[in-house]
Design a protein around this ligand. Structure first.
Ligand SMILES: [Fe+2]
Ligand SMILES: [Fe+2]
Length: 332
């Protein structure tokens, strides 16, 4: 498939996914025929996947919505109540996993140290030297849930920040959104890369392929973004994300070139090698450091966000590596 030229990605709305259990089935049915949404609140989820898919669908109403689903349902009280039930459970789980961290001294420096000290499985070394084409395509399908709306979950935080961190966040966001050029939006670069690899860049095209860990990653970002009280965690998550992007992006670009993928796809990762070498400084010092200087009570939430980013990525990497190379040694 050709890489495509200018313009934006085609469809604005997404396709509804397939249900994964009782709750997601009831929700999807209700979105198609929303005559009585109240009973949804009492429907239990079968398991984590069913629950996280339902939350992902509810969150999607706040982004692009779905083909054939009434836009007004974004603010339906019963759906908002269900969203809060599922978000409360997810937030509790994220907080239980976080061991806590309240460093003294420079926040930016402490964030760099925290990220460097984190230990967990990583996918980029595998992609660089060992992944085959099918494995890379699977990775792209999973990553597409986020990369096709890159930075959007973080953008919710903009009006919730004081002056200095807001200015720094907007400097970073301007890059993510293409510096005024629709062809350079990171989400659009990824869409072009997907098309060049023969994948469908339509929003939500591969939600059915996403494992639990990918749904959790995306849901966590939107959960943080949609709640003003969690603004510290939003910027902490961003800092960890940016600080773990440049080198892995280089490794992935090398792996894609090794496998003969099109330049349009390599371009997306090459862009992040350069951009995120600057974004990590901006995020850790200019955004997180500046926010905690003005609102010191947010310090621990900044690290909750950073931990959540690192932990959820490690969980995803662990799942994929367990499948791709089951004989590997399990890291700590
Ligand atoms: Fe980006
Ligand atoms: Fe970035």
């Amino acid at each position: 498939m050709p890489a495509g030229g200018g313009g934006t990605t085609a469809a604005m709305t997404g396709r509804l996914p397939r249900a994964r259990g009782t709750l997601s089935a009831a929700l999807l049915a209700a979105l198609r025929r929303p005559d009585d949404l109240d009973p949804l609140l009492g429907v239990p989820a079968d398991d984590d996947e069913d629950e996280q898919l339902a939350l992902w669908v509810l969150h999607a109403l706040h982004y692009r919505g779905f083909d054939g689903v009434d836009d007004a349902l974004e603010w339906s009280p019963p759906l908002l109540a269900l969203r809060r039930r599922l978000e409360a459970a997810l937030e509790l789980r994220l907080r239980e996993r976080f061991p806590g961290h309240r460093p003294e001294g420079d926040v930016g420096e402490a964030l760099f140290e925290y990220v460097a000290a984190f230990e967990g499985p990583a996918l980029s070394p595998y992609v660089q030297s060992r992944a085959d084409e099918e494995q890379v395509l699977e990775l792209l399908r999973h990553r597409s849930l986020y990369h096709l709306q890159e930075f959007d979950p973080t953008a919710w935080v903009i009006p919730r920040l004081p002056t200095r961190p807001k200015a720094a966040l907007l400097e970073l966001a301007f890059d993510e959104y293409g510096v005024g050029d629709p062809n350079r939006l990171h989400s659009h670069l990824f869409a072009r890369g997907m098309a060049s690899a023969g994948l469908d860049p339509a929003p939500g095209a591969y939600v059915d392929d996403a494992p639990l860990e990918i749904l959790e990653q995306n849901n966590a970002m939107t959960l943080l973004g949609l709640h003003r009280r969690l603004r510290g965690a939003v910027v902490g998550h961003l800092a960890a994300f940016e600080a773990t992007s440049s080198l892995p992006s280089r490794r992935i670009a090398v792996g894609l070139e090794r496998l003969g993928f099109d330049d349009a796809l390599v371009d997306y990762y090459a862009e992040h090698v350069v951009a995120d070498a600057v974004h990590d400084q901006l995020a850790c010092r200019g955004i997180c450091g500046a926010l905690v200087a003005e609102e010191p009570e947010l310090l621990e939430d900044v690290f909750l966000g950073a931990f959540t980013c690192l932990d959820l990525e490690a969980r995803y990497a662990g799942r994929m590596l367990d499948r791709w190379e089951p004989a590997r040694e399990v890291s700590a």
